[in-house]
Design a protein around this ligand. Sequence first.
Ligand code: ZN
Length: 225
Amino acid sequence: MKNNLICVLIGAPGAGKGTQAKNVANYYNCKLISTGDILRENVENRTVLGLEAKKYIDNGNLAPAQIVVSMIKNVIKSSVENKAGADKSFLFDGFPRDLEQNKLFEQILDELNLSIKGVIYINIEDDIVYERLTNRRICPKCNRVYHLKFNPPKFDNLCDDCKVKLITREDDKIDVIKNRLEVYKQLTYPLIEYYRKKNKVVEINGNKNADDVLKDIISGINCAR
Ligand SMILES: [Zn+2]
């Protein structure tokens, strides 16, 4: 990846975005920035921003865009300063998630003299999201993830390692998935349109298996640069 190549990875819940983000960041040796991780770190380390965010999270709300973007700015700044003149490539996982975050994000990139080179959009059909998520089971003890069809446990509904009964994550229940998908579309589709008009969207067919999706992402990025 070229110096200062900044990419954003967008995809519905169940699109395999987290896995692909790690693979792509490894492949290009760029810094992966995931909002979820950054929020967690700030809250755990009790930073000023983390404590502020916690108030919202504890009440079941999302942290405001301004707080999230400030956290991200700190990460970019310290990373850029530590590697003066060196590679400044970043891959953002799930951020920005809407136009509001994006506006603030573009401002800080401007300040740091950086810009988004491409938005990788993993497009996946709703049916496949349901298929993947409703069949997902997790071991409550070791967090190992199973899929009832593609990666089932050896014994019915028991973890191979711990022999503990598997559970369905709250997030993977059908009504919750429906809601997550709706929220995602409402927030993120306008963002995809915004970048489409700027010719920066690399659309990837997310209905394939993970290896093929990764290949498509890499060839998509190589074409976009
Ligand atoms: Zn287990």
